[in-house]
Design a protein around this ligand. Structure first.
Ligand SMILES: [Zn+2]
Length: 149
């Protein structure tokens, strides 16, 4: 008897280069967050401490995932976790490599979940803010490519 197959799949840590790209995308998105959403009260200092990683592979149709911290824990596991309420954000490594503009879109999408909370989900407020990243995708992509040498 076998358990659920997903348990058999290894965690994807990625290479240093891949992890640098993931964190660079997140950084470039995060530093623009307040200007992009001036009406939201965004705790950038706390969001900077969110754990980032890659989804297990194959990811199927999942491009990203934002998991909320469990409320039952008496103390936070990571610094400022109580301020952003997030366990971690994971994205598809394969998709990040093959489609950089969409990886930028996905990271922004997951940060928005962290900012707007689980109750909002993909509601009207979320959708209104989600599309704003499209104005920045190209400039962030250019910045990331210039960093690669
Ligand atoms: Zn979502």
């Amino acid at each position: 008897m076998r358990g659920r197959t997903r348990v058999d799949r290894p965690r994807i840590i990625g290479s240093i280069t891949e992890r640098m790209l993931l964190h660079s995308i997140a950084y470039e998105v995060l530093i623009r967050m307040r200007d992009l959403h001036p009406e939201l009260d965004i705790d950038v200092e706390a969001l900077e401490h969110i754990k980032l990683g890659f989804l297990r592979e194959p990811c199927n149709n999942l491009l990203g995932y934002c998991s909320y911290s469990s409320k039952s824990r008496s103390r936070p596991r990571t610094e400022y976790e109580d301020r952003h309420g997030i366990n971690r954000i994971l994205i598809s490594r394969v998709h990040m490599i093959s489609d950089l503009p969409d990886a930028i879109f996905t990271i922004h999408h997951e940060f928005l979940h962290a900012i707007l909370g689980s109750k909002e989900g993909h509601g009207p407020k979320f959708q209104e803010h989600e599309k704003r990243i499209t104005s920045l995708q190209e400039s962030i992509q250019r910045k990331l490519i210039s960093m690669k040498r």
